[in-house]
Ligand binder design. Structure first.
Ligand code: BDP
Length: 332
């Protein structure tokens, strides 16, 4: 009697031998990278990250590929920074604010009003200070490949316009995870509580906090404007962001592939900066139509002067910040 093989069995036998053949003949292991992202689809960071991983795949003939997980579904930014340090995620786009909690040198960019404007921040980050911060991050397992933009952050709240620091008295603001920001809000007379980004909408809505602070595109995409309509243009922070790869994933690449992936990251940063500029205008126009109340603050000196103790404490806690502050101030 001829023994009949079920097609299912033949199929799985073929699959197994196929997989064996692939693993024997593949020239190099293929890296399938997991990418962390806090933002939603369509946000400039998201679009640029997707373009990065696609270009990296092309440039390495598929030896690197990956997927971007949006909306912080892999965990909060605070957790993701730690996950990257142990190789639990392979690439991510982080704001340098929360990175300062793990890499103290990076706190220099979180000193309020340290940059004159976005162009100054670009000159600093594209020069020796940017390189120094990359090296400090590398020592902590985070390989920064390119700097992305996130504009300037201003306060918004559900109660009233902020024209002077006195207006912040008695109000509670959410800040990103970094003690320095708690000190910043307290020096201005308010109260602050660090909180994950995903929790802010509900906290504003229910009055757990009165306000938060962010740039135009995030104020828009997070829908915080719906529950905190007073946007007061303090522009106290201009924070760079980083497209990074975990040191563990990076070490598995050949030098040629590292070069190709770095190039894909830098091209994506150029793309992101263009998308960013467009998004700022789009969000501002949309939110004005939606009825938010903007407060322009021509003279920011009261806010700036109040930052002296914040700088003093930051330098006392971490003396390596002093020369970095100098270098940023000397960057024309
Ligand atoms: C956005 C940043 C994002 C932060 C968020 C926040 O791009 O990385 O998570 O602010 O405030 O502007 O948490």
């Amino acid at each position: 009697m001829i023994k009949k093989f079920s097609t299912k069995k033949i199929g799985s036998a073929l699959l197994v031998s196929g997989a064996l053949a692939a693993s024997c003949f593949a020239p190099l292991a293929q890296a399938d990278w997991k990418g962390w992202n806090v933002h939603p689809a369509g946000y400039p960071v998201t679009v640029a990250m997707e373009s990065f991983i696609k270009e990296a795949e092309k440039a390495t003939d598929g030896r690197v590929s990956g997927r971007v997980y949006n909306g912080a579904i892999l965990g909060s930014q605070e957790d993701a920074i730690q996950m990257m340090q142990v190789g639990g995620i392979d690439f991510a786009e982080f704001n340098l604010g929360p990175i300062g909690a793990s890499v103290p040198e990076v706190n220099v960019v979180s000193l309020p009003f340290i940059f004159k404007d976005v162009e100054h921040m670009h000159r600093v980050m594209d020069g020796p200070v940017g390189d120094e911060l990359s090296k400090a991050m590398e020592k902590k397992g985070i390989i920064s490949l390119a700097w992305y933009d996130s504009g300037s952050r201003s306060f918004y709240d559900s109660r009233k316009p902020i024209k002077t620091p006195e207006d912040m008295k008695g109000m509670k603001f959410r800040v990103m995870n970094n003690e320095l920001y708690v000190g910043m809000v307290e020096a201005l007379g308010g109260n602050a509580t660090p909180m994950a980004y995903s929790e802010v909408y509900q906290s504003l809505k229910t009055g757990v906090v009165d306000g938060a602070e962010n740039n135009w595109p995030s104020y828009d995409s997070s829908n915080h404007f719906e529950v905190a309509k007073y946007y007061s243009l303090t522009q106290h922070l201009i924070l760079p962001e980083t497209l990074s790869v975990s040191a563990k994933a990076w070490a598995k690449l050949s030098p040629e592939d590292q070069k190709a992936v770095r190039k894909a990251a830098q091209d994506s940063a150029e793309f992101q900066r263009k998308l960013w500029a467009e998004k700022v205008t789009e969000s501002r126009e949309k939110l004005i139509k939606a009825g938010i109340q903007i407060t322009e603050i021509e003279d920011k000196s009261a806010f700036q002067d109040a930052m002296a103790p914040v700088y003093a404490k930051a330098v006392k806690d971490n003396p390596t910040l002093a020369p970095l502050i100098e270098k940023i101030r000397n960057t024309k």
